[in-house]
Design a binder for this molecule. Sequence first.
Ligand SMILES: Cc1cc2nc3c(=O)[nH]c(=O)nc-3n(C[C@H](O)[C@H](O)[C@H](O)COP(=O)(O)O)c2cc1C
Length: 315
Amino acid sequence: MNSGFWKKLEKPFSVLAPMAGVTDFAFRQILAEIAKPDVIYTEMVTTEGLYAKGEAEYALQMKYGENERLIVAQIFGSDPKKIEAAARIAEERGFDGVDINMGCPQDIVVRQGAGAGLIRTPELAKEIIQAAKGAVKNIPVSVKTRTGFKSHEEFRGWISSIATEAPAAITIHGRTREMKGRGAADWEMIRSAGEVIREINKEIIILGNGDIRNIEDGEKKAGEYGMDGFMIGRAAIGNPWSFSRHNPSIEEKLTTMSRHMKIYHETFGDASFDRLKTHFSEYLSGFPGAKDLRERVMLVKSPREVEEILASFKV
Ligand SMILES: Cc1cc2nc3c(=O)[nH]c(=O)nc-3n(C[C@H](O)[C@H](O)[C@H](O)COP(=O)(O)O)c2cc1C
C-alpha cells in the first residue's frame, strides 16, 4: 500500500471535506490564506466528463495553488477504465492524492452507479479501487463513503469490502445514502466502522465525518471515536476560520468575503456568480445588521453591487 502523506500527518489531523459548488479554487485559496487544514479536498470531478471531453474542459475545476498543499483531487464515476484515466490525470497534474467518491447521495450520481450507488455494487467498488491504485505511481488513493445505503448496519459488509482493497485512507460519513444530509451523523457507527477497518488492515488511515462544528469539536470527536483525522464540511462554508481558534471581527468577515469574491471573479469570470451566495450568507451572519446586509446581497448579481452594499455598511 502507498500511504503517501497520510502516514506522515500528526494525529488527529484536520481535512476540508469535498463539497461540489463550494470547495472551488477561490474558497480554497481563502482557506489557505486564513487557516489551512492539514489536507484540502477539491470538489468532486466527473470521470465520465474527463474521459469524454478531455481534461482541458475541467482545467478550472482541477486548478489549485501550491499554497493549498496537501491537496487531494476527488473523482467520481462507476467505470474502472475512466477512474483509471482520471487518477492518472490527477497525478500528472501534481495532486498529493486522489480520492474516490463512494458517498454522493444525489439521484443523478447514484443512477449512474457512482457515489453512494457503489455501496450496492461492492465488487465494482473493489475493481474501481484497484483501477485507481494501478493507475498512479506515487500518490495515495483514498475513499470517502457512508455507513450504508439504506441502513447503517450495512457498514459491516460494505466497509469490509473496501478495506480489503487497502486504500491508503477511508473517510466515513456517519449517514446513510437514504439520509442524504438529514438527521444526525451517527458517530457510534463511525467508531464501529473504524474498528472493522482496523481488524482488516491496521495500515489504513481512518477519518470521521459528519456534523463537526469546528477544530476543537473535530479533535474531541477524533479522540473519542478512535479516528486518525476528521473532516469538516458545512461548518467551513463562508467560515474560513473554522480550522483556526480565532473568532473573526466584523471587519475581518467583510474584508475576507470581498477578497473571496475577487478571487472567484478573477478565476471564473461572471459564471455562476450565485454559487458565492452560499458563502455570503455565512460571512454575513452573527453580528448586528448582518440580516439586512444578507438580504440585500442575495438580490444582486455582480461583484460591483456587492461591493457597494458592503461599502455602505458602517461597523
Ligand atoms: C453542498 C455540498 C456539496 C457536497 N459535495 C460533495 C462532494 O463533491 N464529494 C463528497 O464526497 N461529498 C460531498 N458532500 C458531503 C460532504 O463532503 C460531507 O461528507 C457532509 O457534508 C457531512 O459533513 P459535514 O456535516 O461536516 O458537512 C457535499 C456536501 C454538501 C453540503
